[in-house]
Design a protein around this ligand. Sequence first.
Ligand code: HSE
Length: 300
Amino acid sequence: MKKLRVKVPATTANLGAGFDTFGLALTLYNEFEVEEHDGVVIETIPEDPFLQNPENNLFVQVLKYSCEKRGKTFHGAKVRQITNIPVARGLGSSATAIVAGILVSSAVSNVELTDERFFETAYRFEPHPDNLLPAWKGGFITALKAGQKTYYQKVNFPEDLKAVVVVPDFKLSTEEARKVLPEKIPLKDGIFNLQRASLFISALVNGRYDLLKVAMEDRFHQPYRKRLIPAFDDVISAAYDSGAVGASLSGAGPTILALATENFEKIGSFMVEAFRQAGVSAEYMVLDIDREGAKLEIVE
Ligand code: HSE
């Protein structure tokens, strides 16, 4: 096997009302370089002893699984992993490892990567197409899983909207953030989200950014998850006060996303300040939308 490199974008899921449905790829990337090797050797940048352990390394686990699925023994790999996406912050960091593992395995085994093959492996590691799909395909995607099949569509995302992501300095696992969700949702809340998610897509298509604030309201997950995120409401208000056109929790959190056409630095600093007032330090990044998704190249 030659040396392969895969670059996979960060993703922000849900975008408010589109819980477990909408996902958007962002221009922040994790990179995975891999070559054949006897035994597993993992170098991580930045240094991360946890990820250097093959048992904890999702990318290696996906390679191993895919290899064994083809009836072969996994002998090892030499991996160099560059992590730019903050871990356990709601920016799809695990999805990048899964997508990278699948792309490498499919390139090595020379089989066409169909949706069916992709999801058969991907869902063993993570059940969220709203992160997996934009990480793989890029852009803004609306997705659903029905039985064994996943249906999805990429929807054009406006060129002039950027994402300001505000990342607080504490981790929140998706598992923890799903535990606080109720089993049942009242019909009126179902209608509330259905109307807003539909409005979100229509507003994007028609360029009506003035509607995004209402369209990104949510009653499925944010009202429950915000208990885990100090100053959630204040950070969302800070986004709107400083000129954002939309704001929501990013995926399962704790990162908060704002969408805007201008004033990006101001929005980021206002949101960081709202976190700071609650005693939480945070950093912001201004990102574009990644439209192409994961990229695999042969290095040598
Ligand atoms: N839609 C999922 C959730 C994304 O919000 O739990 C998890 O990354």
